[in-house]
Design a binder for this molecule. Structure first.
Ligand SMILES: [Zn+2]
Length: 262
């Protein structure tokens, strides 16, 4: 069901509320489209970060100090915006579903940390592409807060090193050329087997392997709802229950409120 006009949106909303009411183990999958009204630039939009600076590949980061400095420069420039960004009504609605014990797992492609800021528990959150709200040592995997490292980098312009082991420090996002974390894939795969509803919000579902996660659950026969402004790669899938081509913040938080009886 591709919904654009008001009458069918009304019907779709009833169906969405009913699905939310019935479900007790929702797999929520999110992409950049849920963060565009939070002040975070859409990475794929015309002014997206990928269009305005070349990405630093993981192998270059590991092997070249010049690449590390370039990477830290890019992250330093983006940091105030990421640090200050606030969750949208949709992030908060997902946290409210969790409070009502309806969320099995939130799997996000976003690296903005906004699910965490909205109150989604770390045990129910898989950030498949990592997060900008932490810095990770590539050697001992210790996580630390970014502020101190950005302050140091802004002064010295040399790439920060781990206090514990001297390893390379990097904002804890998955770079181009870097594999997803194995434990994340295992957890997400487990979640696809246990979900009773899959909702994809604000993703074009075009980035692999992340986009296979909601589809794997849907192919088990679990109802699959996609809400995204613009086309997605799963629009032609026969396992799709409902497809809403609308502004997520105008539809999803209200449907959650109604389902939770608020
Ligand atoms: Zn270390």
């Amino acid at each position: 069901m591709l919904v654009r006009n008001c009458y069918t949106l009304f019907m779709a909303n009833i169906l969405l509320v009913n699905l939310l009411k019935k479900s007790q183990a929702i797999l929520v999958f999110t992409g950049a489209g849920i963060s565009t009204s939070s002040g975070i630039p859409d990475y794929r939009g015309p002014q997206g970060v990928w269009k305005t600076s070349d990405p630093v590949y993981y192998q270059d980061f590991v092997h070249s100090e010049a690449s590390r400095i370039e990477y830290w420069e890019q992250k330093l420039e983006a940091w105030p915006c990421i640090r200050d960004a606030q969750p949208t009504a949709t992030h908060r609605a997902i946290a409210a579903l969790e409070d009502a014990q309806k969320v099995h797992m939130v799997v996000t492609q976003n690296i903005d940390g906004l699910h965490e800021k909205a109150g989604t528990s770390s045990t129910r959150l898989i950030e498949v592409h990592g997060t900008n709200l932490k810095v990770e040592c590539l050697n001992c995997h210790t996580m630390s807060e970014p502020d101190e490292h950005f302050a140091a980098f802004a002064k010295t312009h040399s790439a920060p090193l781990c206090e514990n082991c001297g390893g390379l420090l990097k904002p804890a996002t998955i770079s181009f050329g870097q594999s997803l974390r194995e434990e994340d894939i295992l957890m997400a795969s487990k979640a696809t087997n246990e979900a009773d509803l899959v909702i994809s919000l604000g993703s074009t579902l075009s980035v692999q392997p992340a986009a296979t996660i909601p589809l794997a659950a849907a192919k088990r026969g679990v109802p699959y709802v996609i809400i995204n402004r613009g086309a997605t790669d799963h629009d032609g899938e026969s396992c799709l229950t409902m497809r809403l081509d609308v502004d997520i913040n105008e539809v999803f938080p209200a449907a959650v409120n109604e389902a939770l009886g608020e």
